[in-house]
Design a protein around this ligand. Structure first.
Ligand code: FMN
Length: 216
């Protein structure tokens, strides 16, 4: 698939088919994602792929912890969000709400769904060694960008899951990730369910004029 088309088409997938992703396909996806540039070619990412029963076991623990600690998807901001960002958050709500599965509250759908990687057969957990400062998170971000686009071009759906970082200790323990690695992001990966209304939700982007300043 042409890159520009993939960039225009891709949106997060929040309902997956009950069909495992072939190991060779996951390998190809990771080969493509790890072509991402990184500062001084450090490639600071450490990737764990967890599939099938293992992924379900991890999710059961994450859902349990989420309920115990009453954690939910949050913007990760130090202070209350200014109106300009709240408006964008409401925009996402507006496109997801009409397509929620019957009898789900938005909160439950997002929080439990995130811990469940929305039922994706595989989850990709991306970590970084504590030796790196937060500036290296840029490198993880670009890896994530490559990953979601390559997945889309390969007919796979993805949903990045930041919520799981709240349960970093549990994830490290279950997946035997050493203590000096920080979990930065998880990504649910699988074949999108074409009949699920939620997958038809298309979040919008603000016009360039609101985020770009031109000088000269
Ligand atoms: C770093 C990051 C963390 C995210 N965490 C979550 C999450 O925990 N749960 C979720 O449902 N979506 C999560 N998302 C998906 C965003 O909600 C989504 O990318 C955004 O609304 C734009 O929609 P789109 O991906 O469909 O274009 C995350 C995305 C990013 C980039």
């Amino acid at each position: 698939m042409e890159l520009i088309r993939a960039m225009e088409e891709r949106r997060s997938t929040r309902a997956f088919l009950d069909r495992p992703v072939e190991r060779e396909k996951l390998k190809r996806l990771l080969q493509l994602a790890t072509q991402a540039p990184s500062a001084i070619n450090l490639q600071p990412w450490e990737i764990t792929v967890v599939s099938g029963e293992e992924r379900e076991r991890l999710s059961r623990l994450l859902v349990k912890r989420m309920r115990e600690r009453n954690i939910s998807c949050a913007p990760g901001a130090k202070d209350p969000l200014p109106e300009v960002f709240l408006e964008r958050q409401r925009g996402l709500l507006d496109v997801l709400l009409p397509n929620l599965p019957a009898q789900s509250s938005f909160e439950d759908f997002i929080n439990e769904g995130s811990c469940n990687f929305y039922g994706a057969p595989s989850a990709i957990i991306i970590a970084i060694d504590e030796v790196f400062s937060s500036v290296r998170l840029t490198d993880i971000g670009i890896l994530l960008g490559y990953l979601v686009l390559a997945a889309h071009a390969m007919g796979l759906g993805t949903c990045p899951i930041g919520l799981i970082t709240a349960f970093e200790d549990d994830i490290r323990e279950v997946l035997s990730i050493p203590d000096q690695k920080h979990v930065v992001i998880g990504v649910g990966v699988g074949y999108p369910d074409p009949d699920a209304p939620i997958n038809r939700s298309r979040s919008e982007r603000v016009p360039l004029g609101k985020v770009v300043k031109w000088r000269g």
